[in-house]
Every structure is written in structure tokens, then in C-alpha cells.
Ligand binder design. Structure first.
Ligand code: AMP
Ligand code: ZN
Length: 437
């Protein structure tokens, strides 16, 4: 195997047996560290009579209680730390829509390890020190900013911390600094292209972009392909969350077939969200992660609420770290309409198959004459359709395909390009205006 294709060959090329041996060693150390360092975990363990020494095998992890976002809120701000605060050098906080936000603390070692994980991801998709990396994420509490910044620097790229928004300035930087790698959320990648078209910039002719890292929000395979076609790049799916540091948790390799989750950092479980029992490899369930390479605030069996599955089989890239499938969404994103469970990504998957449509859409749920109804507004692409009958046929065909997928009939409205509201952060895809009885 060619070692130069790995950033950390000694960890990336471990076989399954070696991964599991390392995980067990790190799990035991993490559990003991939590028990001895965190009043929260000590109380949790004591309440069920569990001692760190009881964890003798990886299967014993199932004896450990789950940790939830509510636990983070209840112990806000510092109640879950496993080290004294004077050992911590940074915190990130994600704003909750309700109640307390959550806080994640980091020691310097945590930050170094996090940067290493991000550098490993970027190296895996071909980034090298002669690349120029531009980050369009917000800096600050959102981990996509500093997380990618330190990872890209660790790899040795010239970094452009452009931060979010100001699309014209982003484009100028692409040109002036010969940017080759961009990190953007998928909805913003599409926006960048729109503005390029408006300004007469042809990315293939005028820019050096080669690699795009897209993540932070669910998107379909068709959305990825579209973005690749628009910008003339290879786009790689990047998964992370603040509770697990941020980016660098799981990332696609060049095969673009599932995201390797770094199992020397995390133990992954997929459980049935109702029974909390493990589901077999290959079946969709809730992702549960245990950090085994963190100091300030390790999390044991953290329920992420994200729904995905482990892809069966080996990856030709030579890494044996398990691969997660594209996220199906979060269990809290699920729409329940007329008793039917629907994920926004199911709707996106259908919409993005129509070349007449652009990538922005909005699902509105409302109560009309005491009945709950769904409207899907979707922007038309640049293709000009001036034939009213053709537009109607298109609307009908989209409605039919959506009905086949989600089993209810939404009202589909084709709207002009650029007319749906744009958000600077993660795209807002669902507006729920239903009357709550
Ligand atoms: P935050 O902690 O604010 O960065 O948000 C983390 C959440 O963003 C995750 O729990 C996922 O729901 C979502 N997310 C992050 N990356 C992806 C991705 N590549 N695909 C789908 N959802 C993602
Ligand atoms: Zn691979």
C-alpha cells in the first residue's frame, strides 16, 4: 500500500482486529477518566452499580447508560467536564432553539487531535500542502469555521479564512488566491454557482477549484452530482457535530461511497431509536457515538439523533474504518403529516432528479380548513420554460412522483429562480405553520 495516500498511516491502515484492540484499550481508559473526573458520570455509574473495571470487552459498552443532549443542557455550562476548567483552552457552544445551549470543552490535546482528524480527512480526498483552502463557514461558535481552519493548517495548506457570506468577495478570493479546495455547506455551494453565473464567471475556465468539501446538512446524491457538475469539482461529504468536536468525525474517501468514521476516535453503534437495541449492520437506525480520544469532556454512548446505517463490505481505498451512509436526517427533523412519517431528504431526492428544477426548495406545512397540508415550493432552474401547459405537466409529474415516495399529495409550486428566502447558515427546508391543538 502506498503510504503517501494516508495522513496517519499507522492509524488509517489498521485492520479490524487492530482497530478493536485499540478501541478496547481507549474505551477502558476513557470510562475510568470519566468516572474519576466527572461528577455527572460518577453519579450515573453509581446509580446502577457500574464500575469502570466492569468494562472488560467492547460489548460491555452496552452496560453504560446513554448520554443525551438533554444531559448537556441540564449540566450547562461546565457540569460534564472530566478535567478541571483550568486545563481547558476553548469551548464551543451550539444554540438550542429551546432551553439552554450546549457547551463542549476542549483541552489543548483535544484541539490538536481534532485538527489531526480534519487533516486526515482532507488528505484522504487528495488535499496536499500546495493546495489553497478557502473556508466559507462562519467562524466563532460554529465548529465548521475553526475546525476546518486548524485541520487545513495542520495539513499545511495555504488557508483563506473567508468566513460566511459576502459571495462576491468569496469569488474574488477564489480568483486572486487561486483557491483549489473549498469548504461550503451544500446550499451555499449552489449559491456560489448562481452568483458566478450572474457575474459571467465560468468556474472551469476562470478558477482553479478542484475539490469541494460539503457537509453540515443533509443532501442527496443527486444534489452532490449537480454541485459537482456546476462547479467542475469533486465534492466529498463531511459529517460532524459540535458534541463530537465538529468536522472530522466521518468523511468520504475518493470512492465517494460512504463516510469512513475514524474508529480510533469514536466507537460507533446504530440503535433502534425506540427500543435502543442495536440494529444489524446495514440497517438504518440512530447513530450513537462514544468518544475514546478526548480529554476535557468525553461523551459515552451519545445519542446523536442522526439516522444512518453502516455500509456493509470493505472499501477499496485500504481503510478498514467503518463507513456511514449519507445521513437520512435527524429523528427530530421527521415530519409527521396525516400520520405519515416523512423525511425532507426523501422530497429532495425526488426534486433533484428533475433537471428543470434548481436546488432550492421549501416545504410548508399548514392547516387549511382544519386539514393539514403540505406545499412544496421549488425554484425553476435557468432553463426557460415559457409554455404554460408544459409547466403544468411538470408540476403534475413532480406531484405524482412525490406522492409515490411519501404517500401523500403535496401541492407543488414552481417558483422563479432566486425567489425563495436564502439563509446564511444551514438551509431552512421546512416551515411548520400547522395549528397545534
Ligand atoms: P452542529 O453541531 O451545529 O455542527 O450540527 C451537527 C448536525 O448537523 C449533525 O448532528 C447532523 O444532523 C448535521 N450534519 C452534519 N454533517 C452532516 C452531513 N454531512 N450530512 C447530513 N447532516 C449533517
Ligand atoms: Zn474508503
Amino acid at each position: 500500500m502506498d503510504k503517501s495516500s494516508f495522513f496517519n498511516p499507522e492509524f488509517e491502515t489498521l485492520d479490524r482486529k487492530q482497530i478493536e484492540a485499540l478501541q478496547l484499550e481507549r474505551l477502558k481508559a476513557t470510562v475510568a477518566h470519566c468516572y474519576n473526573g466527572s461528577a455527572f458520570y460518577k453519579a450515573r455509574f453509581d446509580s446502577i452499580g457500574l464500575k469502570p473495571e466492569d468494562i472488560k470487552t467492547l460489548d460491555d459498552l452496552r452496560r453504560v447508560p446513554f448520554t443525551t443532549k438533554q444531559d448537556l443542557r441540564d449540566t450547562y455550562p461546565f457540569g460534564m467536564a472530566s478535567v478541571p476548567l483550568d486545563k481547558c483552552v476553548r469551548l464551543h457552544s451550539s444554540s438550542g432553539t429551546t432551553g439552554n445551549p450546549t457547551v463542549i470543552l476542549h483541552t489543548q490535546r483535544d484541539l490538536d487531535q481534532w485538527a489531526n482528524a480534519v487533516a486526515r480527512c482532507l488528505w484522504m480526498v487528495g488535499c496536499r500542502p500546495d493546495d489553497v483552502f478557502q473556508n466559507t463557514s462562519g467562524y466563532g461558535m460554529f465548529t465548521g469555521g475553526l475546525g476546518f481552519q486548524y485541520g487545513a493548517e495542520k495539513l499545511g495548506m495555504l488557508t483563506v479564512p473567508a468566513a460566511a457570506g459576502n459571495t462576491l468577495r468569496q469569488l474574488k478570493f477564489f480568483k486572486d488566491f487561486n483557491t483549489t479546495v473549498v469548504h461550503a455547506i451544500p446550499s451555499y455551494a449552489a449559491r456560489l454557482y448562481e452568483v458566478m453565473v450572474e457575474k459571467g464567471i465560468d468556474p472551469r475556465r476562470d478558477l482553479k477549484l478542484r475539490t469541494l468539501v460539503i457537509g453540515a446538512e443533509p443532501h442527496s446524491e443527486d444534489t452532490r452530482r449537480r454541485i459537482e457538475d456546476m462547479l467542475g469539482v469533486k465534492a466529498y461529504n463531511s459529517f460532524g457535530m459540535s458534541e463530537m468536536c465538529g468536522p472530522g468525525v466521518a468523511f468520504e474517501c475518493k470512492e465517494q461511497n460512504g463516510m469512513h468514521i475514524w474508529e480510533d476516535y469514536y466507537i460507533v453503534e446504530i440503535v433502534d431509536p425506540d427500543t435502543l437495541e442495536p440494529v444489524p449492520d446495514g440497517e438504518v437506525g440512530e447513530l450513537v457515538l462514544t468518544t475514546i480520544n478526548r480529554e476535557a469532556m468525553p461523551l459515552l454512548r451519545y445519542r446523536t439523533r442522526d439516522l444512518t446505517r453502516i455500509l456493509p463490505g470493505d472499501c477499496p481505498c485500504g481503510r478498514h474504518h467503518k463507513r456511514l451512509d449519507r445521513m437520512k436526517g435527524r429523528s427530530d427533523d421527521m415530519i409527521i403529516l396525516k400520520g405519515v412519517n416523512i423525511f425532507p431528504i426523501q422530497i429532495e431526492t425526488i426534486l433533484m432528479q428533475f433537471k428543470e428544477l434548481a436546488s432550492d426548495y421549501l416545504i410548508t406545512l399548514e392547516t387549511l380548513e382544519d386539514n393539514d397540508a403540505m406545499t412544496v415550493d421549488v425554484e425553476l432552474s435557468d432553463m426557460f420554460i415559457d409554455d404554460y401547459a408544459a409547466l403544468q405537466r411538470l408540476e403534475r409529474e413532480i406531484t405524482r412522483q412525490l406522492h409515490d415516495e411519501i404517500l401523500i399529495t403535496p401541492k407543488v409550486r414552481l417558483v422563479p429562480k432566486g425567489s425563495l428566502p436564502k439563509s446564511e447558515g444551514k438551509a431552512v427546508r421546512v416551515k411548520d405553520l400547522r395549528k397545534k391543538y
